[in-house]
Design a protein around this ligand. Structure first.
Ligand SMILES: Nc1nc2c(ncn2[C@@H]2O[C@@H]3COP(=O)(O)O[C@H]4[C@@H](O)[C@H](n5cnc6c(=O)[nH]c(N)nc65)O[C@@H]4COP(=O)(O)O[C@H]3[C@H]2O)c(=O)[nH]1
Length: 615
């Protein structure tokens, strides 16, 4: 059984369009019997006018008429604003397939073939009218539903904002903070990393509120929130350590209490850096209602899992730490654990001092000679940075280089050493000493896109031929992104500098990659050299590295040579290039110049070596 469309309640209007008056009259007669209002048009132009004026519920259109054909009229109707859904029945004088197809192409709903069977016309039109009205109702309902849905969504969003955001500052509220912290804890647990909770309280906020009023207090809180939002974007935190803190969420718990939740925390220094950044940014003078105010925050820090493994304990401990910070004099941060605090503070202090070390002229370069024991020659020097701390004296690179790498300061330091070393080598060249100088290139520096440019600048400024500059980088740097690094190394090589792989044997070099890279020299790591006197395994590794370098036509040098036995063993295995305390320790430029002028045979070890090898 067919579904019957709903009965028509209002009297429908049908536009009959035919140039044959008899047909029009017959149609009127038939349709009016069905309680339908009929309006007529004698040609295409009139049909369009009538359509525009009356918006009929159905159109009966003769195909061939003066002015416009029925097809054209149908096309125009379909393009009109309300004409997409109105049923248009094309009355064709023939029922051949092409005119029927043409009728459908122009947008007709159905067709009626002449001669018309008058007995069924009325019923057919009625049925079509009902179906069309049902379709229109359905569409209207659908639109209403859609509008309701949108409304619902908007309401839901409004509710979510009310439930999860603080309406004064627009920051996430306590509810959202709880969920964020829960997520951070779960993530840290999964990844075996730490998470940190920073509890921020504004110092003496109550005083502002009491003296300048609540409205002022609200504005001040808003300014603080703004400051935190803009200054804590991950992109703003340029240093390497902080870049790793990809997920950082900020919230206002209420009053003058804010929190920051950090995930993917590898080390506490990263958290200390964020905390000092928060202090620095909030403590900037702010103008509120034409008052210039300075408000400082006190921050308490609790670390998951060290200081608690659930929301409550972390919050409680961060809160305790915050009170400790306040007690110590406001505008500072404090870790919950005292030991952690001392370490983080010490590292942060050192980082700040290192930042100023270049400008304060506290850095020095020491040069350590490298020798070839077969040719009995000094073949070059390695430039090694030294920090003469005004209070602590000489700080070991082992202590400050990792810190410089974490904070990103290494790029400036490496650059400074590069310039110094190039100038020194150039000075030696002017004195008639041709001595290649090697500088260390840290991972961060190697990744910087302008490395090639910077090296070119240093060479140009020092007027040093590129062939006298050697770049030392560790095996792990070179092997990290082989495609990109091959390109980078090729650029450096094309410039004329030579490339040496430092600490060789400690990483995981693949022979097939090594073959593809433009490397001139590998440096056997000190840890293997150390042990070759007594450890057969290390000797085997050293021999393998020497054999591999010979096959790949690379030079090989051993670092950390301290004894004549090591020299003999290395030499016997085919490695004659050596660097180590046995020959010379890193020394200031002045002594390095003297050493270079005196030559290999003046080195104390050279004499010992001659005796040892002659025995
Ligand atoms: N025990 C022992 N040690 C020896 C001997 N011969 C040389 N050494 C030490 O071994 C290190 C060799 O440098 P490295 O492997 O590049 O290792 C360097 C290098 O990775 C880094 N470094 C030093 N200067 C710079 C620099 O300007 N830039 C960068 N990125 N890193 C640097 O710091 C590391 C340590 O530097 P230093 O303390 O100067 O330590 C130097 C040198 O003093 C020996 O016979 N016995």
């Amino acid at each position: 059984m067919h579904a019957v469309p709903a009965p028509l309640t209002e009297k429908p209007v049908v536009l009959v369009c035919d140039d044959d008056i008899t047909i029009r009259l017959m149609m009127r007669e038939t349709l009016e019997r069905e309680v339908i209002t009929v309006i007529e048009a004698a040609d295409g132009r009139q049909a369009l006018e009538m359509y525009k004026q009356h918006s009929p519920d159905l159109v009966l259109l003769d195909v061939s008429m003066p002015h416009f054909s029925g097809y054209e009229v149908c096309e125009v109707i379909r393009q009109s604003p309300l004409g997409a859904d109105v049923p248009v029945v094309m009355v064709t004088s023939s029922d051949d397939l092409s005119s029927i197809n043409r009728a459908y192409e122009s947008g007709a709903t159905d067709f009626l073939a002449k001669p018309i069977t008058w007995q069924i016309l009325g019923q057919r039109v009625r049925y079509m009218l009902r179906a069309s009205r049902a379709f229109r109702d359905l569409k209207r309902n659908e639109e209403r539903l859609k509008r309701n849905e949108e409304h619902l969504k908007q309401n839901e969003e409004r509710l979510r904002v009310l439930a999860y955001f603080d309406n004064l500052t627009g920051l996430p509220n306590r509810q959202m903070f709880n969920e964020d912290l829960q997520r951070s804890i779960a993530q840290a647990k999964r990844e075996g990393l730490k998470a940190a909770l920073l509890f921020i309280d504004l110092d003496q906020f109550k005083r502002f509120n009491d003296t300048l009023g609540h409205a002022f207090g609200d504005k001040l809180l808003n300014r603080v929130a703004e400051q935190l939002k803009t200054r804590l974007r991950p992109g703003d935190l340029l240093t390497r350590g902080v870049d790793r803190l990809e997920d950082m969420s900020l919230a206002r718990l209420g009053g003058d209490e804010f929190t920051i939740c950090l995930t993917q925390v590898a080390q506490n220094e990263d958290v200390a850096r964020v905390a000092s950044r928060v202090i620095e940014s909030i403590s900037q003078p702010m103008v509120v209602d034409s008052y210039e105010v300075v408000v400082t925050p006190s921050i308490g820090i609790a670390i998951y899992p060290d200081d608690g493994d659930e929301i409550d304990s972390l919050l409680k401990n961060a809160d305790t730490a915050m009170y400790n910070a306040k007690a110590k004099g406001r505008g500072r941060f404090q870790f919950y654990s005292g030991e952690m605090n001392a370490r983080a503070l010490q590292r942060l202090r050192m980082e700040n001092e290192l930042r100023k070390a270049i400008d304060n002229n506290e850095l020095r370069v020491a040069y350590q000679p490298k020798v070839d024991v077969q040719q009995r020659k000094i073949i070059g020097v390695e430039a090694l940075v030294r920090w003469e701390h005004p209070k602590q004296g000489i700080v070991s690179p082992a202590e400050f280089i990792p810190l410089a790498e974490e904070s990103g300061l290494i790029v400036d330091i490496d650059n400074w050493v590069l310039h110094k070393a190039c100038h020194q080598a150039s000075e030696w060249l002017n004195m008639g000493i041709t001595c290649p100088v090697a500088v260390n290139v840290s991972a961060l520096n190697f990744k910087k896109t302008n490395l090639v440019e910077r090296i070119k600048t240093a060479l140009r400024e020092a007027d040093l031929p590129a062939s006298l500059l050697e770049l030392e980088m560790t095996e792990s740097i070179v092997m990290s992104d082989i495609e990109l690094n091959t390109e980078r190394l090729t650029q450096l090589k094309e410039m004329g500098t030579s490339i040496s792989i430092d600490d060789f044997g400690t990483g995981y070099s693949s022979l097939s990659y090594l073959r593809r890279l433009p490397i001139d020299q590998v440096k056997i790591d000190r840890s293997f050299v150390n042990e070759i006197d007594c450890n057969n395994e290390d000797m085997a590794i050293v021999k393998a590295i020497i054999a591999m370098s010979t096959t790949l036509k690379m030079e090989v040098i051993a670092e950390g040579v301290e004894t004549t036995t090591q020299t003999e063993k290395l030499s016997k295995a085919g490695c004659h290039r050596l660097q180590g305390f046995l020959y010379a320790k890193p020394m200031p430029a002045k002594f390095a110049t003297e050493t270079l002028l005196a030559g290999f045979d003046a080195l104390p070890a050279a004499k010992k070596l001659a005796t040892a090898t002659s025995n």
